[in-house]
Unconditional design. Structure first.
Lengths: 288, 322
C-alpha cells in the first residue's frame, strides 16, 4: 500500500504540470491535432480511386486504416518523446537546483520521491496517451465510419510504450544531467525501433543472427515490441493477412501478423518494475 | 605574553551542561570523496537545548558535517547519533528542522504552499497545519507575501521562507546552515531573535555561520573546525577568553627585533602598525617595554578585547603554524 508521501509527491507533480502550463499546452495541442486529422480524414470521402470514380466505402476504409496506422505511429512517437522530456529532468534538475536538498531531510523515504514522481507523470503522460488516441479513433469513426479492430487494447499497448520510456527517463534522471539522459533515452528508443526492423530483416533473410539482434533489443527496451502490439490491434484483418502472407512484409515496421506473446507482455511489465526498482536504488545511493 | 584561553579541546560536553542525552553525538565521524577528505574524524557532543555554533573556514567540512547528521550522505567511517537515534533515522528526522545553505523551493508554488508541502512531508497533523503555517509566516515576516509565488522572491525572502520551513512541526533540533547570508541587517536581527526564542522553548540550534559576530551574540558553545577536524570546542566565554588584541604603532624595529617579539604572538604588520592577538591585559606593559628595549619608538598603543573573529583567526593561524 502506498504511503502518504508518495501521494503528496504525485500531487505535487500534477500541480507542477498544471502551473508550468504543460496541461494547457497538451489540451490545446490535442484538440488541434485531432481536429486537423479529422478534417484530413473527411477529405477521404471525396477521393477518387480509378479514373475519377469515387472510392467505394471499402476502399475508403482501407485507406483510412492505413492512415490510422501512420497517425498512431506519429502519436506513439509523440507520447514516448513527451514521456522522456518530462522524466529526464524530474529528479536531476531538482537535485542540481537544491529543491531536493530541502525535501530529503523530511521523514520520507527516497523511494517516496521516485514513486510519487513516477505516479504523477504516469497519470499525465498516460492520460494524454489515452485521451488523445481515444479522441483520434472517435474522430475517425465519426468522419469515415472506421474503427480499428481493437482500439482499447491498442491504446493500452501505446500506454505501455509511454510508461516504458517514462520509467527509463526517470532512471536516467537519478544519475545523469537532463540533456545527457534525454539524448541517451532517445538513441536507445531509436535503436529499439531499428532492432524491430532488424528482426523483420532477419526473418526475411532467414538469418537467426540478425533476427536475434532484434529479439535481444526488444527485450532490453520493449518499446518496439509494444508498438507492434498496438499495431496488431489497429490494423484490419486483411492487412494482418497481407503481413503474414509474405516474409518480405516482415521487415515493414507498419505491418505485423502476430501479437506480442503473453510472456513478452509480462516481461514488459516486469521491465518497468525492475527499472523503477533500479531508479530507487540509484537515488538512494546518490548524495545531494 | 600570549596566552591561549582555556578550551575544551575536542572533547564532549562542557562542565555544567546536561549532556544526557545529547541532541547530537559524534565519534570520529569522517567523510571522504575519493582522495578528498571532507570531514576527518569529527568528535563532539551537543547537549539538548543548546545554541551551538559550528565555525570554520570555507571547505572546512561544516556543510558536510550537517549533511552527515541529517542522513543525506553516508559517513565513510565513524558513528553518530541525532536525538538518540542513528543517522538518517526517519522518526528522528520528524523532530528535525533544516535550513540548507544552497537551496531552492519549487518556484511555481506560493510561500504558503511551500509551507503546506513541508507540513505534509513532515507529518504535521492536519488540524495543526494552518496555525503552524500562519505562525511561521508571521515569525519570518512573510505574511504579506504568503500567496505570492516563490519565483518572485528575492534571495533574502527565500532565506526567510527557508527559516519558516525549518520551524515547522516544532522541531527539537534545528540545523541552520548560513541562515543570514542573504539577509539585510534587519533580517539578521530577526534571525537572532528567532534563535533566542527557540532557545527559550528548549530547541537545540546547530548554527553554521561565517558571520562570527552573530555567532558570538547567540551561541552558548562553539566548535571550530579546520580541514575536517575540530580544533577547538567549548563554551563561548572559554573560547574568547580574557585575551585582547593589541595594536602598537612603532618605528625603528628590525626584522630581528620583530622575531624577538614573537613570544607575544606572531605580529601582523601593516606599515608601522604591529598587531598582536591573544595578549592578556597584564602583558601589555611588558610588550611595550620590550618594543622600547629593542630600539623601537612607540607612538600609539591600542588594546581591544578579543572578539570571536579574532580568536577564530588566531586558532586557524596556530593550526597553520603547527
Amino acid at each position: 500500500m502506498m504511503s502518504a508521501p508518495v501521494l503528496v509527491i504525485a500531487r505535487l507533480t500534477l500541480r507542477e504540470a498544471a502551473r508550468r502550463r504543460l496541461l494547457l499546452a497538451v489540451v490545446v495541442l490535442t484538440v488541434v491535432l485531432v481536429a486537423l486529422s479529422a478534417w484530413s480524414f473527411g477529405k477521404l470521402t471525396s477521393l477518387s480511386c480509378d479514373d475519377g470514380v469515387p472510392c467505394s466505402p471499402t476502399e475508403t476504409k482501407m485507406i483510412a486504416a492505413m492512415l490510422v496506422i501512420l497517425i498512431t505511429f506519429m502519436y506513439s512517437f509523440v507520447f514516448t518523446l513527451g514521456a522522456v522530456f518530462v522524466a529526464v529532468p524530474t529528479v536531476a534538475s531538482e537535485v542540481e537546483s537544491g529543491v531536493t536538498l530541502a525535501m530529503l531531510p523530511r521523514p520520507i523515504r527516497r523511494s517516496d520521491i521516485i514513486l510519487g514522481k513516477w505516479l504523477g507523470w504516469a497519470i499525465i503522460a498516460g492520460g494524454y496517451t489515452i485521451v488523445t488516441t481515444g479522441l483520434e479513433f472517435i474522430a475517425v469513426q465519426a468522419v469515415v465510419g472506421y474503427t480499428p479492430p481493437h482500439p482499447i487494447t491498442a491504446i493500452l499497448f501505446l500506454l505501455g510504450e509511454c510508461l516504458v520510456m517514462l520509467t527509463l527517463g526517470l532512471l536516467f534522471s537519478t544519475r545523469l544531467a537532463p540533456m545527457t539522459g534525454g539524448i541517451i533515452a532517445l538513441v536507445l528508443f531509436g535503436l529499439a525501433w531499428m532492432g524491430g526492423v532488424a528482426h523483420g530483416v532477419g526473418t526475411l533473410l532467414e538469418s537467426d543472427a540478425v533476427r536475434n539482434i532484434g529479439l535481444v533489443s526488444s527485450l532490453i527496451l520493449p518499446t518496439d515490441g509494444l508498438w507492434r502490439g498496438a499495431l496488431f490491434n489497429i490494423e484490419p484483418s486483411i492487412l494482418t493477412e497481407v503481413a503474414g502472407a509474405s516474409r518480405a512484409m516482415a521487415a515493414n515496421p507498419f505491418l505485423t501478423h502476430t501479437p506480442p506473446s503473453a510472456a513478452y507482455i509480462t516481461w514488459a511489465v516486469a521491465w518497468v518494475i525492475i527499472m523503477l526498482g533500479l531508479s530507487i536504488l540509484s537515488f538512494e545511493r546518490r548524495e545531494p | 605574553m600570549s596566552q591561549t584561553p582555556s578550551l575544551t579541546k575536542v572533547s564532549s560536553g562542557a562542565a555544567g551542561v546536561d549532556t544526557h542525552p545529547p541532541a547530537i553525538d559524534t565519534d570520529n565521524l569522517a567523510k571522504s570523496y575519493g582522495k578528498i577528505t571532507a570531514l576527518a574524524g569529527l568528535t563532539m557532543s551537543v547537549p539538548k537545548g543548546e545554541v551551538f555554533g559550528f565555525l570554520g573556514p570555507n571547505g572546512a567540512g561544516k556543510t558536510t558535517a550537517v549533511k552527515l547528521l541529517l542522513g543525506l550522505v553516508r559517513p565513510t567511517s565513524g558513528q553518530a547519533s541525532v536525538l538518540g537515534s542513528p543517522l538518517g533515522n526517519r522518526e528522528a528526522r520528524r523532530k528535525v528542522g533544516y535550513l540548507p545553505e544552497l537551496f531552492r523551493y519549487q518556484e511555481w508554488l506560493s510561500a504558503r504552499e511551500v509551507l503546506m508541502l513541508h507540513c505534509e512531508l513532515a507529518g504535521v497533523s492536519q488540524a495543526r497545519r494552518t496555525s503552524e503555517i500562519n505562525a511561521a509566516l508571521d515569525i519570518v515576516g512573510l505574511v504579506r507575501r504568503a500567496d505570492d509565488r516563490v519565483g518572485t522572491f528575492s534571495k533574502g525572502m527565500q532565506q526567510r521562507l527557508g527559516l519558516g520551513v525549518a520551524l515547522l512541526g516544532e522541531p527539537e533540533l534545528i540545523f541552520l546552515d548560513e541562515p543570514t547570508s542573504a539577509l539585510d541587517p534587519i533580517g539578521r536581527y530577526d534571525v537572532r531573535e528567532v534563535i533566542r526564542e527557540l532557545k527559550q522553548r528548549g530547541t537545540t540550534v546547530f548554527l553554521n555561520s561565517h558571520l562570527l559576530s552573530e555567532v558570538e551574540q547567540v551561541c552558548d558553545r562553539v566548535a571550530v573546525v579546520d580541514h575536517g577536524k575540530v580544533i577547538a570546542i567549548g563554551p563561548m566565554a572559554d573560547i574568547i577568553g580574557v585575551a585582547s588584541t593589541v595594536r602598537v604603532r612603532a618605528t625603528g624595529l628590525t626584522t630581528a627585533s620583530e622575531m624577538a617579539l614573537a613570544r607575544f604572538g606572531t605580529p601582523e604588520t601593516e606599515g608601522d602598525w604591529y598587531t598582536f592577538r591573544g595578549v592578556t591585559e597584564n602583558d601589555i606593559p611588558d610588550l611595550v617595554e620590550e618594543v622600547v628595549r629593542l630600539g623601537g619608538r612607540v607612538y600609539s598603543v591600542e588594546s581591544r578585547h578579543e572578539s570571536l573573529e579574532d580568536r577564530f583567526i588566531q586558532l586557524l593561524q596556530e593550526v597553520g603554524e603547527a
